[in-house]
Write a protein that binds this ligand. Structure first.
Ligand code: PHE
Length: 449
């Protein structure tokens, strides 16, 4: 049933880690993590976040890897092949990937615009925080400019997908991920030399539990899932290209550690700058687009540092949009029996349309509201707060309780070849800890108690 079509696999050992880390490391780490941590107590949030990654994110990632590699199918086909009644998890994935791309492509477009503006010196021409705020406001509400950059970014993502799994996804990850780490390390060193470095690091690493509330746990959990790319079939899809001898739990552990490392380094880069400039660390989503350009501006070689920083965002974003695009493309290709080319174009066209509407919803279409939210905010809310926790919840329930235990054990140990000493803990987390915590988060997000 499962091996009747020839499926491409990734080449080397490192490739599995690199492509999966490419998906995980994204705007969630560099744009979202610092401001969420800033708003939720810094060091204390970081500790809770790491707990969520290890206890929930990691087992779910292993579970998704097992589902993907044991079936070698797209997200829908994989669950369908294991138990057709659970195919809805796959459909949830495809829908979530589509909706995430709707706003993620828009933010990605901004990162390209800001890279260009850093390069041309346009960004350095402003001085006060108000000027940077109004620059950002004018830019995102402009009907044409953000669309242009967003479409450019979508076409770049399409080009990689069109090249295929090995020549596109794998090769781009092998070039872009090392580049990302080089930039991260250079920016971290630069940040550590700033006058506000001590204060920034203290904020990031000193756990002040007085700022922790009940909702901190929930925020940390949502951030961890989004950042790791778990619960929405990305890891199922990517694992379907893994080789039979890929060690699933080492891969998941490496990806989780890399993802967390990048989030921490993003904090190391941003907070010293924030404290050097004397700005509150809680300035929200605009931290990266309004606060940072202003801070860079006061520094020697500001053009270089801001260009490199926004380039980092572009690189992080594209390896993530590639993985989301692939979830939909693989589904359309295998389930609708379209050629891969046609499937990729259909995905590109549909997401471009949604992203266009989401972009315009911040400006000319702003009056058009869904439950009081702009389309842009509604897409963010619906995916992060509903589809993602739901997908994770049903993934644990299915893999923990429904999937044939022998098949699961076989898959995570490569047919008994690898030893898995804490297998019992893995199953316990999957069966009990993850579903119970997720249920609480989900109910809380819906405001049901
Ligand atoms: N993990 C990515 C980020 O941190 C976003 C993402 C979510 C990608 C879900 C794929 C699936 O930016």
């Amino acid at each position: 049933m499962t091996h009747h079509h020839h499926r491409v696999t990734l080449g080397g050992k490192l490739s599995a880690v690199l492509v999966a880390a490419g998906s995980s490391v994204g705007l969630g780490n560099i744009w979202r993590f610092p401001y969420v941590a800033g708003e939720n107590g810094g060091g204390a949030f970081l500790l809770i976040y790491i707990g969520c990654v290890l206890l929930l994110g990691l087992p779910i990632m292993v579970a998704e890897f097992a589902v993907g590699r044991s079936t070698r199918r797209n997200a829908v086909g994989a669950y369908h092949a294991l138990d057709r009644r659970w195919s809805f998890i796959g459909y949830n994935s495809v829908l979530a990937a589509f909706l995430i791309l709707g706003f993620y492509f828009v933010v990605s477009g901004w990162t390209v615009e800001y890279t260009v503006h850093s390069l041309t010196g346009e960004l350095a021409r402003h001085t006060t925080a108000e000027e940077y705020a109004s620059l950002f406001e004018r830019f995102i509400t402009n009907p044409w400019r953000p669309l242009l950059y967003t479409l450019l970014f979508i076409l770049a993502t399409h080009a990689v997908i069109a090249l295929g799994v090995q020549k596109g996804i794998e090769r781009s990850a092998k070039v872009l991920m090392p580049l990302l780490f080089v930039i991260l390390i250079a920016l971290s060193i630069h940040a550590l030399l700033m006058p506000g470095a001590g204060e920034g690091l203290r904020f990031l690493f000193y756990p002040d539990f007085s700022k922790v509330t009940a909702s901190t746990l929930l925020t940390a959990l949502g951030q961890a899932f989004f950042s790791l790319s778990v619960g929405i079939g990305t890891m199922v899809t990517y694992a379907s290209y893994f080789k039979p001898d890929t060690n699933l739990r080492h891969t998941a552990l490496n990806v989780s550690l890399l993802d967390t490392l990048v989030a921490v380094l993003a904090g190391v880069i941003i907070f010293p700058a924030v404290f050097t400039a004397g700005i509150a660390p809680t300035s929200g989503p605009s931290l990266v687009f309004i606060t940072l350009p202003g801070i860079f501006n006061g520094m020697p070689l500001s053009m270089v540092w801001s260009t490199v920083f926004f380039l980092l965002l572009v690189v992080a974003a594209i390896t993530s949009t590639i993985s989301l695009h692939e979830v939909i493309t693989a589904y359309l290709h295998e389930e609708w029996h379209l050629s891969r080319r046609a499937a990729a174009w259909l995905t590109t066209g549909a997401t471009a349309l949604l992203a266009t509407l989401a972009s315009l919803s911040l400006g000319v279409l702003g009056g058009w509201r869904i439950f009081g939210l702009t389309l842009f905010d509604a897409l963010d809310f619906a995916t992060a707060n509903i589809l993602l926790p739901l997908g994770s919840l049903f993934t644990c329930l299915f893999v923990g309780w429904k999937l044939d235990p022998a098949r699961l054990h076989d898959e995570v140990t490569n047919g008994g070849e690898l030893r898995f000493r804490i297998y019992g803990l893995f199953i316990f987390l999957l069966r009990w800890v993850c579903p119970i915590i997720l249920l609480l988060v989900f109910l809380d997000n819906l405001g049901l108690y």
